[in-house]
Design a protein around this ligand. Structure first.
Ligand SMILES: Nc1ncnc2c1ncn2[C@@H]1O[C@H](COP(=O)(O)OP(=O)(O)OP(=O)(O)O)[C@@H](O)[C@H]1O
Ligand SMILES: O=C(O)c1ccc[n+]([C@@H]2O[C@H](COP(=O)([O-])O)[C@@H](O)[C@H]2O)c1
Length: 216
């Protein structure tokens, strides 16, 4: 049987432990031997990031250098158009064939906005969604029709993720990591320590590049 593969997309401006730790725990819980981490080039639903795509890619490389679970995928970095997940997953599915189990990992906040994503309903045609917990966000959808959509696809059966190629949503019971890239950017701007929030190599790179600090 083909192994479940999981793609984890993000802006990663910068990458932090709130990205890495829940996904490492999720991988352990459901048996993922590899997670493909994919920085976007043009985030579809937010302003352009502060760090360049090259800098964000480098920070991801530094963060995962000693973590064999993760590999980097540069496909969205090579596109100049908005990094729509539906397009990326369609391309990935075409490469992997119809039977390969594929998944896309998101945090709880992304699940809430998911119905506003470009062609969101097609995403589950090509992949499962694996959702990690994030403090401060409800686990229910704002609109009834979206809750119906969520309930229709929900599973708590890990076997289904491995046996079916796509179509399920799995709400993982991962611990909370109360950190965001926004908080880190703000703290760096104010010269506040961020050592606990991200790998040392990433923080050293940020300092060396003078990133996220506009002070006089
Ligand atoms: N602390 C966290 N816990 C769980 N998931 C997270 C956490 N931080 C980010 N994620 C998830 O990681 C993915 C990429 O997130 P992103 O790069 O936008 O980070 P962010 O910290 O939310 O950034 P920003 O503060 O700039 O919006 C998203 O699916 C997001 O939900
Ligand atoms: O396809 C979309 O419309 C879409 C809208 C918002 C976010 N995404 C993707 O979701 C992932 C997390 O996004 P973000 O903005 O929280 O870093 C990242 O891979 C984005 O490209 C995708």
């Amino acid at each position: 049987m083909a192994k479940l593969q999981a793609l984890f997309g993000g802006t990663f401006d910068p990458i932090h432990y709130g990205h890495l730790k829940p996904v490492e725990i999720l991988a352990n819980q459901i048996g993922l031997s590899r997670v493909i981490i994919m920085p976007n080039n043009v985030p579809p639903h937010r302003p352009q990031p502060e760090a360049t795509s090259e800098q964000r890619k480098l920070m991801v490389e530094l963060a995962i250098a000693d973590k064999p679970l993760f590999v980097l995928d540069e496909r969205e970095l090579r596109r100049d158009t908005p990094s729509f997940t539906a397009d990326t997953l369609q391309e990935w599915r075409a490469e992997q064939g119809p039977d390969q189990p594929l998944a896309f990992i998101i945090g709880q906040d992304s699940l809430l906005t998911f119905p506003s994503w470009h062609r969101y309903e097609t995403i589950l045609d090509n992949a499962h969604l694996l959702v990690t917990r994030r403090p401060g966000y409800p686990l229910t959808m704002q609109h009834e029709e979206h809750q119906y959509w969520l309930d229709k696809h929900l599973t708590s059966n890990i076997e289904e993720l491995h046996n079916q190629p796509a179509g399920k949503i799995y709400l993982a019971e991962t611990p909370w990591f109360d950190v965001s890239a926004t908080l880190i950017r703000e703290r760096l701007e104010n010269n506040e320590p961020c050592d606990e929030m991200m790998p040392e190599a990433v923080l050293n790179y940020i300092m060396q590049q003078g990133l996220y600090h506009h002070g006089a």
